[in-house]
Design a binder for this molecule. Structure first.
Ligand code: F6R
Length: 604
């Protein structure tokens, strides 16, 4: 996720872009930049937070047209060169982009063959070069961008300026873009907060629209024809707008999961061949000789690793385990040459995970990182990295990163399983098709939020909360309990359902709600036996149950889980996120910054 902004009007574009970027910083903060446009295009950009950009911006400018960008890297580390805007070689076309251009490799090779040279590692940089070629053939900026868009695969929102061409041209496909219509000018942005101080009159272009913003306003074209897009008035204050209208970042991030997941899987699934492409190249001989995959991780990332270990054992025919990073030793007679150690860490900076990784490296094992953060410490220390592409997560409680981690690790299980010849193309196609269905299934759960809120109201006063599940439901039970305890401060415990009768059952009363995972891949029939055990002690039970499980007659409340094979338990987790959020919200907790916790734990 990145933030883009553009302005054309009668005011000073520099101040407007600067202010807009500050309002959009929640969308990405590893680099930022702007292009101010008149007879020339002047680009200023820097790695790091906005304060770093401030250091290179001119103190004033006469430009009244500009574009800006705040970046959360997906292609290329956060560096000055990779920061947006990107330009062609002569610097007279500049582009800001939010999204992923999937065919950039191919386009880049083609452009290089025609003599273009590139200054960054980004997917975006192909766009100004392609626009340049179209302009050279005599097209207007609108026609040039329209022609380029026909060549792009992937998802994007783009803002383009070119020296000597009036205004900004923008377009979108699958990524957000909103126009703001003020008295003194017109805005484009990824999100309303970028310009909400200037106007609340907004319109939303549709996918495929090409928009020309000039001093006169915005003209929108669809398939080359001018179209009207309704202008509406939004009723947000600036602070709420930054959270997309949600009360907390956590809730916003829970709702961002379908989009984050689309980014996670974008360009990585080949359903025809039954293959996953994670942009890594582990030698097939190495994968074939592997005896074990060890995941090292903490907290929520550890739960994602537990889920992944089960998928890998099933599909890749390899011993796989998840280890709590702070407890990790590379021992037990393992052969370092036949052990792959995978660090799962959204921040890439968790001290315990880094020190576990260093232990594995010292022992001689090959290492892989699965992270959300380009340029983070973990990426500099491992042999290979896979990015989960969830976009920045501001709320301390991890939500969308958990979902994107598990989805990425499911892709890893297809990659390793297929390379090792352990997974049939049929099984791979099934899991990949479930992955494709995942964003939609998560959306179906989000659409039932009201049911969860009402249940939260009913059960919020429980003395304690127990989360149970088996197999793929077990890590989700642990994650559900962690989420609830960290933001509501209630006592919550999660465990494999079979463990109930070995101790925790002593704590179960009519005042302790039990939340059970009853999905495919979680041995739901056996868990139902545990549900009966707690019910006979008077405990109220909420079951996250797929349609194939006959849960209704055993539980007090059913949260319906859409059918999605081995990923159903991951979808059930979204109910637990919402339940935790609403219980905590009812209690007025500090949800985005729970007491005693930090987003990134950089001490061991
Ligand atoms: C819980 C949470 C933490 C993190 C843990 C590891 O909501 O966010 O448990 O999962 O601190 O952090 P990363 O993934 O950054 O290594």
């Amino acid at each position: 996720m990145c933030g883009i902004i553009g302005y054309v009007g009668s005011e000073d574009a520099l101040s407007i872009i600067r202010e807009g970027l500050a309002n959009l910083e929640y969308r990405g903060y590893d680099s930022a930049g702007t292009a101010l446009c008149g007879e020339t295009v002047d680009v200023y950009k820097r790695k790091g937070e906005l304060s770093a950009l401030e250091g290179v911006l001119p103190s004033s400018s006469t430009a009244t047209t500009g574009i800006g960008h705040t970046r959360w890297s997906t292609h290329g580390e956060p560096t000055d060169a990779n920061a947006h805007p990107h330009t062609n070689e002569s610097g007279d076309v500049a582009v800001v982009h939010n999204g992923i251009i999937e065919n950039y490799d191919e386009l880049k090779a083609e452009l290089e063959a025609r003599g273009h040279t590139f200054a960054s590692e980004t997917d975006t940089e192909v766009v100004p070069h392609l626009v340049e070629e179209e302009l050279e053939s005599g097209r207007s900026l609108v026609d040039a961008v329209s022609a380029v868009v026909d060549r792009l695969a992937g998802s994007y929102a783009l803002g383009v300026v070119a020296a000597g061409h009036e205004g900004v041209v923008a377009t979108r496909n699958g990524n957000p873009l909103v126009l703001g219509h003020a008295e003194d000018g017109t805005f484009l942005a990824s999100d309303v907060p970028a310009f909400v101080e200037h106007t609340r009159r907004v319109s939303y272009p549709e996918d495929g629209d090409v928009i020309h913003i000039t001093r006169e306003g915005a003209t929108v074209y669809a398939d080359g024809e001018e179209v009207d897009r309704e202008v509406i008035e939004v009723d947000w204050d600036a602070e709420a707008a930054e959270k997309g209208g949600y009360e907390h970042y956590m809730l916003k991030e829970i709702h961002e999961q379908p989009r984050a997941l689309r980014q996670t899987i974008s360009g990585r699934i080949d359903e025809v061949q039954g293959e996953a492409d994670l942009e890594i190249d582990l030698p097939t001989e190495y994968l074939n000789s592997l005896e074990e995959i060890q995941f090292v991780a903490c907290g929520t990332s550890y739960h994602a690793a537990l889920y992944a270990a089960k998928l890998l054992e099933e599909y890749a025919d390899v011993r796989a385990s998840a280890e709590i990073a702070s407890e990790y030793e590379f021992d037990g007679g393992r052969d370092p040459w036949r052990t792959l150690v995978v660090a799962v860490t959204q921040s890439g900076e968790t001290a315990d995970t880094l020190s576990a990784l260093r232990r594995a490296k010292r022992a001689g094992a090959r290492t892989l990182a699965v992270t959300n953060t380009l340029g983070s410490t973990v990426t500099r220390e491992v042999d290979d990295t896979v990015f989960i592409r969830a976009g920045p997560e501001i709320g301390v409680a991890a939500t969308k990163t958990f979902c994107s981690q598990v989805a990425t690790l499911a892709l890893l299980s297809v990659y390793v399983g297929r390379e090792r010849g352990a997974m049939s193309s049929g099984d791979a196609r099934e899991l990949l098709s479930d992955l494709r269905g995942l964003p939609g299934a998560v959306q179906q759960v989000l659409d039932r939020e009201e049911q969860v809120r009402v249940a939260a109201e009913e059960y919020a006063d429980g003395d304690a909360f127990f989360f149970i599940g088996r197999r793929l439901g077990a890590p989700v039970a642990l994650e559900g309990a962690l989420k609830l305890k960290e933001i509501s401060y209630d006592h919550a415990e999660g465990f494999p359902a079979g463990e109930l009768k070995h101790g925790p059952l002593a704590l179960v009363t009519s005042e302790t709600p039990v939340l059970a995972v009853l999905t495919e891949g979680s041995n739901a029939d056996e868990t139902l036996n545990n549900v009966k055990e707690v019910e006979s002690r008077g405990a109220p039970v909420i079951g996250c149950a797929s349609l194939s499980v006959d849960a209704e007659k055993y539980v007090d409340e059913v949260f319906e889980v859409p059918e999605l094979g081995e990923l159903e338990s991951l979808v059930a987790n979204v109910y637990f996120q919402l339940f935790s959020y609403h219980v905590a919200n009812l209690k007025g907790r500090s949800i985005d910054k729970p007491r005693n916790l930090a987003k990134s734990v950089t001490v061991g």
